[in-house]
Write a protein that binds this ligand. Structure first.
Ligand code: PEP
Ligand code: MN
Length: 353
């Protein structure tokens, strides 16, 4: 249920309503839009008469039910206001959202050693990426495959953050590691295989770093938004949704099927920012550029792209990784479509003295 306040409603009246709804065991969430304040209500609202809320104040314009099973994640809950996720990185605050430039996240699948992670960080930064990605804890299909360097890789990510000024996005797989990962990461990633690990969702929801929630490879959009709802319900509203390809009947030529239609679908269902990962989505470096361009054209808020200094020697996901040189060229190509849709940040022009 949501309460839409009339524009110009006095703050004291809004606070009074918030206190009143708490008395009837509802959890209010105040959303301040450009024109109006909306108060989202979570709790036992199914049997609650709309009039019971309407009569709380003459400043209430309308009370509406949220029809979706995902309440806080729904666009209805914010009465059509899309949210933005602001992330503090060493150099700047980066905004993810519909009204901001496309944010590019790049880096290797796994953190392999100091030289490669710092070197890659510097290269993706000069190409225009705002975040470095890299796994310390890797979810691998085979228990015999490289599992990531764990804690020591977190230290290398911290060093790369320091050296490059980029924000860090890295995955957490175990509830026991959340605090450790959140100490280094500017955004904590929950991977596709853990999208419905409810204990992990609750744990990342109860800490305050933003969460990147990847879509499970066999998850419907509703499953995915319900997973986001777990994080929201635990108290963390800074969530970015990342489409990374789903399983379909035809997996012969691509690793997954990148569901680019999820962009307009999500935009119509949820206020949360959207990321597209064409690297895991296709599994092949040759297919990454066209899917990245298409994602920007379709309205994505951000991209995640795997970049490795020597893909042929990568410890994981080499076939889908771009070299830093190809990534640099891709960024220049993407700037054309990014500028066309008005969502590319202008590179800083530095004049020689
Ligand atoms: C990754 O980002 O390296 C990763 C493992 O992704 P996903 O969870 O989408 O497979
Ligand atoms: Mn990977």
């Amino acid at each position: 249920m949501i309460i839409i306040m009339k524009s110009g409603s006095p703050e004291a009246e809004i606070e009074r309503i918030i206190e009143e709804v708490k008395q009837i065991n509802l959890t209010p969430e105040k959303i301040t839009g450009a024109q109006q304040v909306v108060i989202g209500l979570v709790g036992e609202t199914a049997t609650l008469e709309l009039s019971r809320i309407e009569e709380l104040s003459l400043w209430i314009q309308q009370v509406l039910r949220v029809g979706k099973p995902f309440k806080r994640a729904s666009l209805e809950f914010r009465h059509g206001h899309h949210s933005e996720v602001l992330v503090s990185t060493p150099n700047e605050v980066v905004a993810f959202g519909k009204n901001h430039p496309v944010v590019v996240v790049a880096g290797p699948c796994s953190v392999e050693n100091e030289e490669m992670i710092i070197g890659t960080a510097m290269q993706v930064k000069s190409a225009g990426a705002k975040f470095l990605r890299g796994g310390a804890y890797k979810p691998r299909t085979s228990p015999y495959a490289f599992q990531g360097h764990g804690e020591s890789a977190l230290e290398l990510l911290a060093a790369a953050r320091e050296a490059s000024g980029l924000g860090i996005i890295t995955e957490v797989m175990d509830t026991a590691d959340v605090d450790k990962v959140a100490e280094v990461a500017d955004v904590v990633q929950v991977g596709a295989r853990n999208m419905q690990n409810f204990a992990l969702l609750k744990k990342v929801g109860s800490q305050n770093k933003p969460v990147l929630l990847k879509r499970g490879m066999a998850a419907t959009i509703d499953d995915w938004l319900m997973a986001a709802e777990y994080v929201l319900a635990a108290g963390n509203s800074n969530i970015i949704l990342c489409e990374r390809g789903i399983r379909t009947f035809d997996q012969k030529y691509t690793r997954n099927t990148l569901d680019l239609s999820s962009i307009p679908v999500l935009r119509s269902l949820t206020h949360l920012p959207i990321m597209i990962d064409p690297s895991h989505g296709t599994g092949k470096s040759d297919y990454v550029p066209s899917m990245a361009a298409a994602a920007i054209a379709a309205g994505t808020d951000s991209l995640m792209i795997e970049v490795h200094p020597n893909p042929a020697k990568a410890l994981s996901d080499g076939p889908q990784s771009l070299t830093p040189e190809i990534f640099d060229r891709l960024m220049k190509e993407l700037s054309v479509i990014g500028n066309t849709v008005g969502r590319w940040s202008q590179p800083k022009v530095v004049f020689a003295q």
